[in-house]
Design a protein around this ligand. Sequence first.
Ligand SMILES: *Cc1c(COP(=O)(O)O)cnc(C)c1O
Length: 365
Amino acid sequence: MQFVDLNAQHEDLAEELQAAMAAVIRDSAFVRGPHVDAFEANFARALGVRHCVSCANGTDALYIALRALGVGPGDEVITTAHSWIATSETITQTGARVVFNDTEPDYFCIDPVTIEDRITERTRGIVAVHLYGQPAAMGPILELARRRGLWVIEDCAQAHLASLDGRLVGTLGDVAAFSFYPGKNLGAMGDAGCLVTNRDDLAGFAALFARHGGKNDHVMEGINSRLDGLQAAILNVKLPCLAGWNKTRMRMAALYDAELATVPEVTVPAVRPGARHVYHLYVIRVPRRDELQKFLARRGIPTAINYPRALPHYPAYAYLGHGPESFPVAGGHAREILSLPMHPHLTEGDVVTVAAAIAEFFGQG
Ligand SMILES: *Cc1c(COP(=O)(O)O)cnc(C)c1O
């Protein structure tokens, strides 16, 4: 059993992928070009947004979005204490200060109730992460942002086609960042990313900034962050499969929920009312987490911890001076969370095997 099975995905699509890559080689369309243009149009259409600006990876997408919003030295940006470090390190890269907020007890996303306590006269905006594929509490976050004159960036790296009250994530805030790292719900065969927005000003800035500030006119200094043609062609093949793959993830999650219902030690992931959770990761909470992880590894069941600490508790953020007891929700989750195998080629048999092993560990099997 694999934690993420990319081989199975690529075997299914082998012919189309090979044809797509051959076309890129035939056209020598390696950087920018028609395959990249097609992917930007396809992904914008899939989300129903005006603009998709591709770039080299999801981390750059966040950085470019922040720069497009004018974030820089002296500014503060509020984000969640529980995410991959790309969410917060890009804030620091702009010269701004990252301000962490604790998470919700049930949904692992930024706690909308306490965000307001973090706002100062230097606060410019909020980066909300749809963690594990679950939409953040966008209703209250957007309401607060409107009331206090802040912008909202959505970090959608784990939430391709997730939705809240029927609206796709990535279309709710000012701008959203997506990653197509190979293991994401939509993955390339290397690094890839994009940002999406309905705001013409942000899309225009991003397209220039990501490409040295314009090809021959250099209206500003930018960076070099481009999606390459091979990755775009691969993503064009995979994009039509995304909705179906997400459905399988949801079906496997429902089966995990049912199979684990008999094990009282296990807290299965709760789904926010109105949300379509796309289960980039299926994350349970358990006592004796490290022992369980070792037990499962001995049975050949791979698991992961996403992530071992709350972001403010890593050495990278020691300068912020947060003690180990700060961020009690995110900090507590870091000790209890365990990500079970989850990918669109997982079988019902795999899920039953994993759940039975967990039940056995807790003496319920
Ligand atoms: C993967 C990820 C990113 C960064 O994407 P890359 O393409 O790896 O740079 C950002 N935020 C979150 C929450 C992620 O999971």
